[in-house]
Ligand binder design. Structure first.
Ligand code: AMP
Length: 185
């Protein structure tokens, strides 16, 4: 069983690689971005609140995000392994996750760190065409990633295995490296 965290800048290929991993490792794929978007589509209260932040490229407040994940991790499909995609994104979220996992008696297997340079990331985001993918919000999201999310890697350095993956080039080639690393765990 593997319990993974995927970390990477917006446009680093997290979603694409998560789909390959899900296909081969049969684990629950938990994407906070997807969960928020689903709530927006269904016009829920949570969706309306999250949208205010997402439209600007800001982070949805930790309390809302942490509560949503805390409920999600209790669901049955997580018992055979999961992959967190887009969470945690702040040190506060990482600390809350530590507590949650401790109380559920779950151990993290690894953190997968997808690395792509700014030019590659921008190219991918601008070709994706999602409603929050305009130049202004992209800049904001990349800054937030560097200032708030990247420091999470240090938080995990002495707690679990951190696997660095160069996420440049063809999705299948990037995945071949990921698959190899995960099979070696
Ligand atoms: P993503 O699909 O991962 O690119 O996320 C899209 C947007 O959802 C982000 O720009 C944030 O506004 C929000 N979001 C997703 N995950 C989180 C999180 N862990 N904490 C706060 N906001 C988040």
């Amino acid at each position: 069983m593997i319990n993974l965290i995927l970390i990477g800048a917006p446009g680093s290929g997290k979603g694409t690689q998560a789909n390959f991993i899900k296909r081969d490792f049969n684990i629950a794929h938990i994407s906070t971005g997807d969960m928020f978007r689903e709530n927006i589509t269904n016009n829920t209260e949570l969706g309306l609140e999250a949208k205010k932040y997402m439209d600007k490229g800001d982070l949805v407040p930790d309390e809302i995000t942490v509560n949503m994940i805390s409920e999600r991790l209790k669901q049955d499909d997580c018992k055979t392994g999961f992959m967190l995609d887009g969470f945690p994104r702040t040190i506060e979220q990482a600390k809350s996750l530590d507590e949650m996992l401790k109380s559920l008696n779950i151990k993290l297997t690894a953190v997968l760190n997808l690395k792509a340079d700014d030019a590659e990331v921008l190219k991918r985001l601008l070709s994706r065409g999602r409603s929050d993918d305009n130049e202004k919000t992209i800049k904001n999201r990349l800054n937030i990633f560097k200032n708030q999310s990247e420091p999470i890697l240090e938080h995990y350095q002495d707690k679990t295995k951190v696997i660095d993956v160069i996420s440049q080039g063809l999705p299948n080639d990037i995945y071949a490296n990921i698959e190899k690393s995960l099979k070696e765990i």
